[in-house]
Write a protein that binds this ligand. Sequence first.
Ligand code: UTP
Length: 298
Amino acid sequence: MKIKKITKAVFPVAGMGTRFLPATKSVPKEIMTLVDRPLIQYAIDEARAAGIREFIFVTSRGKSALEDYFDVAPDLENTLRKAGKKELLAVLKGTNMDSGAIAYVRQNRPLGLGHAVWCARRLIGNEPFAVLLPDDVIAAEKPCLKQMVEAYAETGGNMVATMEVSPEKASSYGVLDVAEDMGAIVRAKGMVEKPKASEAPSNLAVIGRYILSPNVLNNLNKMKQGAGGEIQLTDAIAQEIGGEESVYGYRFRGQRYDCGSKAGFLQATVAFGLAREDLQREFSDFLHDMMAQQKAAQ
Ligand code: UTP
């Protein structure tokens, strides 16, 4: 079986981010910062590490800050260069994209994640591609998408990142029905979007990293609006089950933070803050004091 290399990734960033209003009234969710880097930078770095060369953004109104973020900033660079601030200059360079490496398509109405991916169909063409949701931030020794690309080189087909969740939490995710469990990789025989706790077919929840065959785009082409009036990506992937190309779940190694929710964003801020050598000491002392004060007040 000849498996094509994954070089294109889609970043759906057209959602309204209502859980972060009023901040997201004028700031795209993906520009919100974990320590000193916007969420989108974590996703781009992960994609680069996995060998992605073409970055496709699905955007909407009010997201121009995202487009500007990846542009070269000559004035800022000159100022830093003149001031001899080499480290900051290197940090800034990490945000630049090669000319032509980044493309933007517009989703005119927020009709769901499936619809957002479908909007990118002409740029994706007839080849397998990755999808990364920037609000899922994953701390991992080996970046999550790289782990998946390596696993995909063995399996082909379609692959979704999965993590184990409790039955009560399953109703917030797409959940896999497992046909065959091979350890890190499972083969799915079904996929259910947001099942009730009692109806979840397994404890394996799908999170925001995917490697998909172009067939999924054909499925999206034919789809009507699903649960919640949105076109669900899960449904289009599930249609591949039983066909020529299997759907696999991949149990990634790492810690995922749901930065689309307030609690998840705060947890990530603490975790990434503590992981930073330059901040670790001051920040952990502060957290320690805060916890002690809270305990004393109880
Ligand atoms: P979410 O379900 O988190 O929705 O989307 P949201 O609009 O971003 O945030 P809330 O729920 O209103 O707070 C998951 C991912 O899918 C993208 C989002 O930008 C996010 O990356 N998305 C969602 C789209 O691009 N288009 C859509 O129509 C819906």
